[in-house]
Ligand binder design. Structure first.
Ligand code: SF4
Ligand code: SF4
Length: 476
C-alpha cells in the first residue's frame, strides 16, 4: 500500500469535479423536472453519506476490499523489492505515458525534453534499466485497431443503432462492469496503450522482462491486474509514487540531469524508432481516440467538412464530418469526460434501449442544426463513438499526477483545478511532437507479428460479493 496516500489525498481527489456520486444524486421533485445533471451546479457543501457497492462509480476516490488487495501488489515499494530481486533472470523495462511525463516535467521545473533524458539517464544508471520507452507505439495500435473496428461496424450499420464507447479508461470500464452491465455491449473492446505497449515490449526481446509502467492514475493498476491482461504489465506506479520513491531512495534527480539524445536509442528495443514511441498524436491529451476516428473517416470521404462542436460544459466536444454536397452527417465522435457527463450519457443510452434512434434523423442532424438560429452543440449519444474518460479534464487530470500546487499541499478547488488542467494541456500541446498515429499503427501491424494478436478485452459484468464492501475513506 502506497505510503503516499493519506486522507488528505482523498479529500483532494473528491473535488467537485470528481465527487462521489451519492451526495450529488439529483432527487426528482416532480414528473416534469429534468433528470439531467448540470455540471458546476452542485451544492458547495455536500453531506456525508453511507454508500453501497451499487452506488459506487469506481471513480477511484475509494476502493473495494478486493481491489485493495490487487492494488497492494502495485506500488513503488513492491517495485523496489522486485527490482532488487531481478538479478540476471529478468531485465527491467519501463514505459511512461505522455501525461506522466508532462506532470513530472512541471513538478521538477524542467522542459519535457530534459525530463525525458534525465529519467532515461536515471533509470539506466541507478536501476540498470534495459529498455525505457514512451507509450505511443501502443497508442498507435489502439488507435488503428479502434478505427478498423469502428469502420467495420459503421459499414454494417451498427453505429446507427448505438454508439461505441472507448474502453481505454479503467475507471469507466470498472464502473460499467460493476454497476451498469447494460453498458458492457457498448464498450469497444480494444486494449489501452498501456496494455498494448506491454505486449509489444515483451514480444520485442528474447530476454525475460519485468515491465514497470508509469501512469497518470491508480485505476491503471487495476487495468494491469485484469485477468485478460496476459502479464503485459508487472507493476504500475504513478508520478507521485515516482517522486516518493526517489525521496525514499535518497536520489537527487538533478545529479542525473542529461541532454544526451543517444539515450533514447540506447534504451529502445531493437527496431523501435525512438522518435515514434516518445511522440504523441493530434486530438485530446487523453489519447485523441475520437479525433483520430474522424481523421480516418475524412481520409475515406475527402469531400467532407469537419465541424468541432462544443458541449454544455468544457468536458464535452463533438467532431462531426459532414458531406459537402448535401450537409448530411457522415461520421461523428465525442470526447466525454468526468462522471457527471458519464451519468447523463448512461441515462440517455438507457432510455435509448427503450426507444431506438432513427438512422435517417441522425444523418439529417446537420441540416436541422443549420436551419435553426441556435448554434449546434455536441450531442454525444447521437455520435458513432464516444471517447469516455472518468476524470474531468481527461487523463491530464489523473489522480496520480503531480502539480506545483499539489506539491505545496494547498487545498484544491474547481477553479484552481481547471487552471492546472489548462496549464498542463498547454504544455502538452507545445512540447509533445505529433505523428500520424493512424498510419503508424497500421504499419506496426504490417511489419511485426503483432497483427496475429487480437488485443481485445473480455468484458463481463462483475457481481458484487457480499464481503466486497466499499471502504470509503480507505485511500491508496
Ligand atoms: S464510493 Fe468511492 S469509488 Fe465509489 S463513487 Fe464514491 S468515492 Fe468513487
Ligand atoms: S481518465 Fe482518469 S481514470 Fe481514466 S485512464 Fe485517464 S487518468 Fe485514469
Amino acid at each position: 500500500m502506497s505510503a503516499l496516500l493519506s486522507e488528505q489525498d482523498l479529500n483532494d481527489f473528491i473535488s467537485p469535479g470528481l465527487a462521489c456520486v451519492k451526495p450529488t444524486e439529483v432527487k426528482k421533485v416532480n414528473e416534469e423536472q429534468t433528470t439531467e445533471i448540470e455540471v458546476g451546479k452542485e451544492a458547495s457543501e455536500l453531506e456525508k453519506v453511507s454508500i453501497s457497492l451499487q452506488d459506487c462509480l469506481a471513480c477511484a476516490g475509494c476502493i473495494t476490499s478486493s481491489e485493495e488487495i490487487l492494488l497492494s501488489r502495485q506500488s513503488h515499494t513492491v517495485f523496489v523489492e522486485a527490482w532488487k530481486n531481478l538479478r540476471d533472470e529478468r531485465q527491467l523495462a519501463v514505459s511512461i505515458s505522455p501525461q506522466s511525463r508532462i506532470s513530472l516535467a512541471d513538478y521538477y521545473g524542467l522542459t519535457l525534453e530534459t525530463l525525458d533524458l534525465t529519467l532515461l539517464n536515471l533509470f539506466k544508471v541507478y536501476f540498470g534499466c534495459r529498455y525505457f520507452v514512451g507509450t505511443q507505439m501502443g497508442r498507435n495500435l489502439t488507435i488503428s485497431r479502434s478505427n478498423q473496428e469502428l469502420i467495420s461496424l459503421k459499414q454494417q450499420g451498427e453505429l446507427a443503432k448505438k454508439p461505441k464507447l472507448s474502453a481505454v479508461c479503467p475507471g469507466f470500464v470498472l464502473y460499467a462492469e460493476k454497476t451498469k452491465p447494460e453498458l458492457v455491449p457498448y464498450l469497444l473492446n480494444v486494449k489501452s496503450p498501456q496494455q498494448i505497449t506491454g505486449s509489444l515490449l515483451k514480444m520485442s526481446s528474447n530476454e525475460k522482462l519485468y515491465h514497470l509502467s508509469i501512469m497518470p492514475c491508480f485505476d491503471k493498476k487495476l487495468e494491469a491486474s485484469r485477468p485478460d491482461g496476459e502479464k503485459e504489465v508487472d507493476c504500475v506506479i504513478t508520478p507521485r509514487e515516482v517522486v516518493t520513491m526517489l525521496q525514499e531512495l535518497q536520489i537527487d534527480i538533478n545529479q542525473y540531469k542529461s541532454e544526451d539524445q543517444a539515450l533514447r536509442k540506447a534504451l529502445s528495443p531493437l527496431g523501435w524508432d525512438p522518435i515514434l514511441h516518445w511522440s504523441s498524436n493530434e486530438g485530446s491529451s487523453s489519447g485523441g481516440f475520437a479525433y483520430q476516428y474522424i481523421l480516418e473517416m475524412y481520409h475515406l470521404y475527402p469531400e467532407s467538412a469537419l465541424q468541432v462542436l462544443e458541449g454544455k460544459n468544457s468536458d464535452l466536444r463533438e467532431y462531426r464530418l459532414t458531406d459537402l454536397a448535401n450537409g448530411q452527417t457522415i461520421a461523428s465522435a465525442t470526447e466525454l469526460y468526468g462522471f457527471r457527463n458519464i451519468q447523463n450519457m448512461v441515462r440517455k443510452l438507457t432510455q435509448r434501449s427503450i426507444r431506438p434512434r432513427n438512422p435517417r434523423l441522425l444523418k439529417n442532424r446537420q441540416a436541422t442544426s443549420s436551419a435553426s438560429t441556435k448554434p449546434a452543440i455536441a450531442d454525444p449519444t447521437n455520435t458513432d463513438f464516444i471517447e469516455v474518460m472518468a476524470c474531468p479534464g481527461g487523463c491530464i487530470n489523473g489522480g496520480g499526477l503531480l502539480s506545483k500546487d499539489s506539491a505545496s499541499n494547498s487545498t484544491s478547488n474547481a477553479v484552481r483545478k481547471k487552471a492546472i488542467i489548462d496549464h498542463l494541456n498547454a504544455r502538452y500541446t507545445q512540447e509533445m511532437v505529433n505523428i500520424d498515429a493512424r498510419t503508424m499503427g497500421q504499419e506496426i501491424d504490417h511489419r511485426s507479428t503483432s497483427h496475429t494478436l487480437s488485443y481485445h478485452y473480455e468484458f463481463h459484468p462483475i457481481d458484487a460479493q457480499p464481503s466486497d464492501v466499499v471502504s470509503l475513506g480507505n485511500t491508496w
